[in-house]
Structures are given as C-alpha cells and as structure tokens.
Design a protein. Sequence first.
Length: 118
Amino acid sequence: MATWPSDLPDFLRDGYQEAPVSQTIESSVDGGPPKSRRRFTAAYRTITGRVAMTTEQLDTFETFFRDDAPDAVPFTIPHPRTGQDVRCRIIGSPPYTIEPTGAPRRPWRVSFQIQTVP
C-alpha cells in the first residue's frame, strides 16, 4: 500500500473540515415512523483540506497521485488532526485542485478530499 510522501507539508488549519459519514439508513413504511438500521459496522470519515506547497512539493504530490494513489486506490497518511496513521483514499471530482497563493515560499495551494477506509 502506498504511503503519503513524508516531505509533503501538513494540512492547513484554514479550510480544514472533518465529518463522520452517517451510518444509518431509513426506510419508509406504510404506517408509523420510518425504520432505521445501521448501514455498515465500520465508520469512516470524510476530511476536506488544503495544503500549501512549493513547486517541488507540488511535483511530488502529482507524481504520488498519478503513480501510487490514483483515484480510489487507498494509501496511508498521518491523520491531519490526530497524527495517527490512517488508511484513506482521495475522493471527489475533480480529485484535487491547484491554485496560486501569491506567497513566495509556498506558491501553490492544493485542495482535496480524503475518505478514511476502515
């Protein structure tokens, strides 16, 4: 399994979001309240974040995404909040976006979503 490159910087606090995915599913019935049940036993989380990068780090990220973890292929990354290694995959369409920051030290900001994999 691929591992997040150690030379890439941490997620920025600005714009960071983390949310659990609902584990229940509801079904309507002919009468009375809807029925609900657990959809799955292992919960996963969606993490949205941004990383400010140098041009070299951006090249590393794009190589990692292209060669090691394209689309739904899981990889290991330190959790942005807890620091513990978690398995996850990059999700969304497009899978990531790049925008200039105007900062001389880290001129690129890469935004993407990951989903932890139980």
